[in-house]
Design a protein around this ligand. Structure first.
Ligand code: CMC
Length: 426
């Protein structure tokens, strides 16, 4: 028997059977109900209960705290994979075999340089420009260098521009960082892998070869894997929405970077460190918690729209914190973070609302230990999320159901009024 939802409006006797498929009803079917001359619609600010696409990239069970990329559990990928392997998986649906991985790595290595003229764009920013602003503007500027990105329905052109963007993002991020420090840019080094090369472009000084502790390179790989995709979050939604009007990959990724920058999304990692610094010591945690409970402030790095359980990424990052601190020495703010978490997991305010640490709660501590200033933290989210945005962009472009994003509104303003001349406006 077909699964249906019977709905009726007793006031008029109108009734309809709506088909239930994939645990959803089609919102447009509600239009058959005429409500005083208006077709019935749903009101759903923030898409709290609205599916906007079919996707086979990332699976989340927020109740159980499960995250999988293409069916592979995140903890297994974090333990065994490299970031580029995961990027390949997100884009192609399968883990690469050795030949495919070697070809993919070589393609990315080939495209790491950014156009020389883009450096003059970078030079135009004020010395204290936020690196996320530089990243957002320069990513959009890529389209003027690679106009073939407009041919996004051509699989070859699309794949080339996806490889370009994933390859160039660390270079752009490192240049944005070094510009703020007034340090000369370090070009990509073909001898290094993706994360090692990124660290070298960021931190290399006068030494001939940049060598990083392998534990730190691995920590970076793990952080990149954990941040690679997260289904229909705010920035991915921005990418898909901007793609829906027929835009190239660079314009869409730039929109994603803008959305990610907000403190309720990727900007939370920067906000967490600011919060930890303001609290400063463990004895000041109870006072801070009182401020959260009275609504004066939020506990940044806590709570999630989808996870009503411990964010699986936060669990893995918490373990990485210990590994990184073995190399760099312990950051005293770790104790403040652990005390906050203790309150968060026991206090009724957080328990009742099912607020748990999210991916941003501990990541800032690692970034700081690696030597990054807080304004770089969200950049370190944007670089690996690029592969997720590319996979979601590709899925959107090839989805026969795709439509230009155009939500409805409930109009609450005035209706047709007579124009009031200036001299009569009081
Ligand atoms: N601290 C204190 N109270 C909170 C917090 C928090 N971090 N998060 C939610 N609440 C309360 C909120 O005040 C509300 O309480 P009440 O029911 O009494 O009004 C209730 O919990 C539900 O919150 P909401 O804002 O309606 O939930 P949402 O799903 O719209 O927002 C969120 C999700 C992530 C924006 C929110 O939890 C938040 O602002 N967290 C802090 C910022 C943060 O860490 N963001 C990173 C998210 S993970 C990285 C990513 O993927 O972007």
């Amino acid at each position: 028997m077909a699964d249906i939802l019977q709905i009726q409006r007793p006031a008029t006797g109108a009734a309809a059977d709506l088909a239930i498929t994939e645990a959803t009803i089609r919102a447009t079917e509600l239009r058959q109900f005429d409500i005083d001359g208006e077709p019935l619609a749903t009101y759903d600010p923030g898409f709290m209960n609205t599916a906007v696409c079919h996707s086979s990239i990332t699976y989340i069970d927020g109740e159980a705290g499960v995250l999988e990329y293409r069916g592979y559990p995140i903890d297994e990928l974090a333990e065994h994979s490299t970031y580029l392997e995961v990027a390949y998986l997100l884009l192609n649906g399968e883990l690469p075999n050795p030949t495919q991985l070697a070809e993919w790595e070589s393609l990315i290595t080939t495209h790491r340089m950014i156009p020389d003229k883009l450096k003059t764009v970078l030079a135009g920013f004020p010395y204290d420009a936020h690196p996320m602003t530089i990243l957002m503007a320069s990513t959009a500027a890529f389209f003027s260098f690679y106009p073939d990105a407009r041919n996004f329905t051509d699989p070859e052109a699309r794949a080339l521009n996806i490889a370009r963007l994933i390859a160039k993002m660390p270079t752009l991020a490192a240049f944005a960082y070094r510009k703020g420090k007034a340090k000369p840019y370090i070009n990509p080094d073909d001898n290094y892998g993706y994360c090692h090369n990124f660290l070298a472009m960021l931190f290399k000084q006068a030494e001939r070869r940049y060598s990083a502790d392998p534990r730190l390179i691995r920590a970076m790989e793990v952080l990149f894997i954990l941040h690679a995709d997260h289904e229909q979050n705010c920035s991915t939604n921005a990418v898909r929405s901007v793609a829906s009007s027929g835009n190239d990959l660079y314009t869409c990724a730039s929109a994603g970077i803008g959305a990610l920058h907000g403190p309720l999304h990727g900007g939370a990692n920067e906000a967490v460190l600011k919060m930890l610094r303001e609290i400063g010591t463990v004895d000041r945690v109870p006072e801070f918690i009182e401020g959260v409970k009275s609504g004066r402030t939020r506990m940044m790095g806590f709570g999630h729209r989808v996870y009503k359980n411990y964010d699986p990424r936060a669990k893995i990052i918490k373990r990485s914190v210990e590994d990184v601190f073995e190399v760099t020495g312990v950051n005293p703010l770790l104790e403040v973070a652990k005390e906050l978490e203790k309150y968060g997991l026991e206090d009724e305010y957080f328990v009742k609302r099912r607020l748990y640490p999210n991916v941003d709660f501990y990541s800032g501590l690692i970034y700081e230990a690696l030597g990054f200033p807080p304004e770089m933290f969200t950049v370190l989210f944007a670089v690996p999320r690029t592969s997720g945005w590319c996979a979601q962009y590709q899925e959107f472009i090839t989805d026969p159901d795709n439509k230009i994003a155009r939500p409805k509104q409930i109009y609450t303003g005035h209706r047709t009024r007579g124009y009031v001349p200036m001299e009569e406006r009081g």
